[in-house]
Ligand binder design. Structure first.
Ligand SMILES: Cc1cc2nc3c(=O)[nH]c(=O)nc-3n(C[C@H](O)[C@H](O)[C@H](O)COP(=O)(O)OP(=O)(O)OC[C@H]3O[C@@H](n4cnc5c(N)ncnc54)[C@H](O)[C@@H]3O)c2cc1C
Length: 461
């Protein structure tokens, strides 16, 4: 018998959908350079009539926001109105964007539109930016001058980048791209890399944690080293200046990658401070971990600038609404049972913008979105959030053009600290470590592509 959702019991379907296991059965993913909007409309869910009525506005159509909008409708049913507010016509995935730098992927393969969310689940998509929140009146103001009322507001705006190391936003856009939000800067960095001379120098800087995607900078350093030694000569150099005391994730894999696989090309300097960059002369000065001042010149500089929750800078909309109450006013503190702000009732913050104890990662953002969607539905129905949420994190890191490593962890709620902690095998014991791949392999690279398309299907279709 053909396996479709029409011949499945609804409850079973919803359980599978929640686990992400049916991603392979979902309609084809929404590439923007193809026919996704029409193909997505081939499959329309008959949403449950749960009796729940309410208005939820989700702001930000990235990994967290797209997933939340979908699951609010899927689990909340046809009476729950869900509006997704996102300025861009399509989302460009950061995940896999390091592979654009070495030509391993075309950036178009990282583009996902919102057609399936509206066609399949009836999510109303509004292309505008949120500019302010009236938390007392429970409405938001948008860049087109319109307002949207809400019963519950879910914010998933990601991050914004600081002017750092003497650089401005204009420097990032035209001379020294951070490329830590995929898009035009990814292409600029790719082109700069391709134009490097033989045996040139590439400098990458890593900001103090927390930053988005803990293994991401080390992954990028490896891919750039692999590209340079393949195409620009074994005398090429990748110099990594890390403001942290050591590698932030995947320590065993990256130690091997830095010291063995890319030895001679890649040099790693942890514990640096006082980084200053001249975007025009392409010079970098810093203080090394022994306290000695250092200077070097480079062909390409890739500063991963420090970042914070979008809207959290002084005068920003998140700060103005009193929601940027996490460390140093940089993130939004939330109750991890519901992702409701600890400062403003009725407002939930998910994804990289929140301070929740789990890593700032796309896979985690997808998980936070589902916990939040479930909690919002329970709260609107007069109940309480699930008291024992569990989330998982999985991250594959390419190490060369054809090999990869991975890292995974299961997080569960720890009532003693009211936080999410890593669970040991099967749960029960909190504060174990994440598990790393035993080897860096081509098989991992193949599985990485399956993981990525499954995750993106679960979030956008
Ligand atoms: C190079 C790189 C590689 C990565 N690799 C991985 C990986 O392998 N695995 C992994 O799990 N994670 C990875 N990540 C991290 C992952 O991309 C982020 O953690 C994830 O995108 C966070 O999701 P988010 O929804 O919080 O933010 P985003 O995905 O950035 O989405 C935020 C959205 O909000 C919108 N927005 C912003 N402001 C407003 C506003 N005022 N009004 C309306 N909308 C607004 C934006 O346009 C955007 O669409 C990587 C990141 C990078 C940079």
């Amino acid at each position: 018998m053909e396996f479709t959702k029409h011949n499945m019991d609804r409850r079973r379907w919803l359980l599978l959908a929640g686990s992400g296991l049916v991603a392979g059965l979902m309609p084809r993913i929404g590439w923007t350079d193809g026919d996704a909007e029409s193909s997505a409309s081939n499959v329309v869910f008959k949403l449950a009539e749960t009796g729940l009525v309410g208005k939820v506005v989700v702001v930000g159509g990235g990994m967290a926001g797209a997933t939340a909008a979908k699951y609010l409708r899927l689990w909340g049913g046809s009476g729950l109105s869900v509006t997704l507010v996102e300025p861009a016509a399509a989302y460009t995935s950061n995940i896999m964007s390091n592979l654009v730098l070495n030509g391993g992927r075309n950036i178009n393969t990282l583009s996902f539109n919102y057609g399936a969310l509206s066609a399949n689940y009836g999510v109303a998509v509004k292309h505008a930016a949120l500019t302010s929140i009236d938390t007392a009146g429970r409405q938001i103001l948008l860049s087109d001058g319109s307002t949207l009322p809400y019963d519950r507001l879910v914010l998933a705006p990601g991050v914004e980048f600081e002017d750092a190391y003497g650089l401005t936003q204009s420097d990032y856009e035209s001379k020294t791209p951070h490329a830590w939000r995929a898009g035009a800067q990814t292409l600029l960095l790719r082109d700069q890399l391709a134009a490097m001379p033989a045996n040139g120098t590439f400098v990458l800087t890593i900001p103090k944690a927390p930053y988005r995607c803990p293994p991401g900078p080390y992954e990028r350093a490896c891919l750039v080293a692999d590209y340079l030694k393949t195409f620009k000569g074994a005398g090429s150099r990748v110099i990594v200046l890390d403001e942290n005391a050591g590698i932030q994730a995947g320590v065993e894999s990256f130690t091997r990658a830095l010291n063995v696989i890319h030895a001679g090309v890649l040099s790693y300097h942890p514990g640096v401070s006082g980084i200053a960059i001249d975007a025009t002369s392409k010079t970098v000065s810093y203080v090394d971990k022994s306290g000695a001042p250092q200077a070097l010149s480079a062909n390409v500089i890739n500063p991963i600038a420090p970042h914070r929750a979008a809207g959290s800078a002084a005068g920003g909309w998140l700060a103005a609404a009193g929601l940027a109450n996490g460390s140093g006013g940089r993130w939004a503190l939330v109750n991890v049972l519901s992702y409701e702000s600890t400062a403003r009732p009725g407002v939930h913050v998910i994804g990289d913008a929140s301070q929740c104890g789990m890593p700032k990662a796309g896979h985690v953002a997808n998980q936070e979105a589902k916990i939040c969607a479930d909690a919002v539905i329970r709260l609107l129905a007069g109940g309480q959030p699930d008291p024992q949420p569990v989330a998982n994190s999985a991250c594959y890191s390419p190490i060369t053009a054809s090999s990869a490593s991975w890292l995974t962890a299961v997080y569960q709620y720890d009532p003693a600290s009211s936080s999410m902690k890593i669970a040991a095998n099967g749960g029960g014991i909190v504060n174990a470590s994440a598990t790393e791949a035993a080897e860096i392999s081509t098989r991992n690279f193949e599985q990485m592509n399956v993981w990525f398309s499954t995750l993106m299907s679960d979030s956008f279709t």
